[in-house]
Design a protein. Structure first.
Length: 319
């Protein structure tokens, strides 16, 4: 299932997003929200299957990514703005609600939206990204303790730092970032160096294709998109981590919506153990773990992921 619909430019929240639509107009809406450094194209192996099952699939490039507008300024990428883009997109398309499905940063946005805009949801699916309680310290402090000053999220706080290292090397970057997960040992054995993405990329000299989980022709789509937008707009999501944390102070993190959490056994940044909080936060939640899968679940294990998505959707929200 690899059909990928052509994009449409759709106005929302004062900008235009590049959006891929599939499936019957009257089908149950599904809003697919990608992460970093990805695009709506990340859902290439899910869209056709979900559409053929009768669902109305809505897969946007987030602001700052791909064919969507890329406003300037870090504060143009705070959590309220990112959510407003997506609720506004639903408005433009005539949908009161949808099942939101988020991966990586798309998962962060989706879980936050489920707290701040629950009336726009039928249900929630997290892919790799769990719903977490608000931490007791600012995220950048926690990441510093986890990986030191070279932790990629701390380096991303410095405007221009990552951009200078990634831009002009897009093909190599996506061969690097889409590397297969570690094959041996416990994930904890790879810290903190595995979090040092800019430093690791500076030493990257290539790897065999069998150790890359996205095919060359698909990586080329990403590389071409980032040659046009640069990396700065998307990285602005990370530059709002602490501001978003401040924003969520006092917000009830409990979610009563139907939830599905699909984890990946070998995701070193979002391991399945992080879902341990979710039974206390989510009133109605089911769990699944894909064995042998790393962070790039939609590419690494499309059949397994699609099976979990369709099983849950057809039971809870038939098309």
């Amino acid at each position: 299932m690899t059909d990928f619909p052509a994009p449409q430019r759709i106005a929302t929240n004062g900008i235009e997003l590049s959006v891929h639509l599939a499936g019957p107009d009257d089908g149950q809406p599904l809003l697919l929200v990608h992460g970093w450094p990805e695009l709506a194209y990340s859902w290439k192996n899910q869209i056709a299957l979900l559409a053929e099952a009768g669902y109305r699939v809505i897969a946007p490039d987030l602001r700052g990514f791909g064919g969507s507008d890329c406003p300037t300024g870090i504060d143009a990428y705070d959590i309220d703005t990112m959510i407003a883009d997506l609720t506004g997109l639903l408005d433009t398309l005539g949908h009161d609600k949808a099942v939101w499905i988020g991966h990586d940063w798309g998962g962060i946005i989706t879980w936050h939206a489920a707290m701040l805009a629950a009336d726009r949801f039928d249900g929630v699916i997290g892919v790799n990204t769990p719903h977490l309680p608000r931490g007791s310290q600012a995220p950048t402090e926690a990441f510093r303790e986890l990986g030191g000053e070279d932790h990629y999220i701390l380096r991303f706080q410095q405007p221009g730092y990552a951009e200078q290292r990634f831009e002009g090397k897009e093909d190599a970057f996506f061969a690097f970032i889409f590397g297969a997960p570690p094959r041996e040992g416990r994930l904890d054995d790879y810290f903190p160096e595995i979090t040092h993405i800019p430093a690791q990329f500076e030493k990257f000299a290539g790897r065999p294709e069998e150790r890359i989980v996205v095919r060359p022709e698909d990586r080329a789509v990403y590389a071409e998109a980032y040659r046009k937008t640069g990396f700065g707009p998307g990285i602005n999501l990370y530059r709002n981590f602490d501001a978003n944390w401040q924003r969520m102070g006092g917000v009830d993190h409990r979610i009563s919506l139907p939830c599905l959490m699909v984890s990946a056994e070998l995701d070193f940044m979002l391991p399945p153990k992080l879902t341990g909080w979710m039974p206390a936060l989510c009133k109605d939640v089911e769990f699944a773990v894909i064995d042998g899968c790393g962070h790039w679940t939609m590419w690494e294990a499309p059949a397994e992921l699609n099976g979990y998505l369709l099983d849950w959707l057809q039971r809870r929200f038939p098309a």
